[in-house]
Ligand binder design. Structure first.
Ligand code: E4P
Length: 248
């Protein structure tokens, strides 16, 4: 997604992430779930750009067995016109390659999710060379994010909520990665993962994360404000009062 604009920046130029006129693309919203009803609800809002899943989220929906898991990914792809991350289970290079190729063959929207481990880095390079899109998951440091970008990952997923959980600063990591990627114009997109609440989304947007993935509650939380509710209540009451006085 960044590709076109980044390539057209002047030589040595840096993208200005706080200037909407120059930012490569608007921030993408992914939903972090394997629940089809929640995916449908988010898609119906008209702001959904993709879905991330992981083995825990699939298990939470009771999806198990290779055939059922693959069918579930196809079902998700049929709801959302956007990237759907499907995670490999294997932890050695050969298994990750075999699983990733099978997942990528399911649908054009599938992005193969690969863990940040040594064989995972090799697999990222393999998939990148083959034109299979990837999302490097379980990223908790700038060094890991740099490695993922060097290996050709399309997305890198720093888990900000899990860092916050252990009194580390998840948003600071997003800032660090943004700086490193901009220094060298890496095309890897920063997918802020493990988002827990609306402020995470707003902070990630201010920093310039390319994508955020979070629960439906965090996405819908963005639309809430008590002054909106009370303002609307007053507008409707005034409208009803005026209508009543005309018909009286
Ligand atoms: C997404 O790709 C990650 O798997 C997910 O955001 C992890 O979130 P959690 O920390 O809430 O489990």
């Amino acid at each position: 997604m960044n590709k076109t604009v980044v390539e057209t920046l002047p030589e040595g130029g840096r993208p200005a992430y706080f200037c909407p006129a120059i930012h490569p693309t608007p921030m993408k919203f992914f939903i972090d779930t394997a629940n089809l009803d929640q995916i449908r609800e988010a898609a119906a809002l008209g702001v959904l750009d993709g879905v991330t899943t992981n083995p825990s989220l699939m298990a939470k929906e009771g999806i198990s067995g290779e055939a059922a898991v693959r069918q579930h990914y196809v079902d998700i792809c049929n709801i959302v016109d956007g990237d759907v991350s499907a995670e490999v289970i294997g932890t050695d290079f050969e298994t990750m390659v075999r699983e990733g190729e099978a997942l990528a063959a399911l649908h054009d929207n599938i992005v193969v999710k690969v863990p940040m481990i040594e064989d995972g880095v090799k697999a990222l390079r393999y998939f990148s060379d083959k034109g299979i899109r990837t999302n490097c998951t379980l990223v908790f440091s700038a060094g890991q994010a740099l490695l993922a970008a060097k290996a050709g990952a399309d997305y890198v997923s720093p888990f900000i909520g899990r860092l916050d959980d252990i009194s580390s600063d998840g948003l600071q990591l997003i800032e660090q990665i943004r700086g490193i990627y901009d220094n060298y114009m890496f095309k890897t997109e920063i997918l802020a993962a493990s988002v827990r609440h609306t402020m995470h989304i707003i902070d990630c947007a201010q920093i310039g994360a390319d994508v955020m993935t979070g629960p439906l509650s965090a996405i819908k939380g963005l639309l809430k404000h008590p002054l909106t509710d009370s303002g609307l209540e007053k507008f409707l009451a005034d409208h009803a009062k005026a209508a009543a006085s005309v018909s009286a």
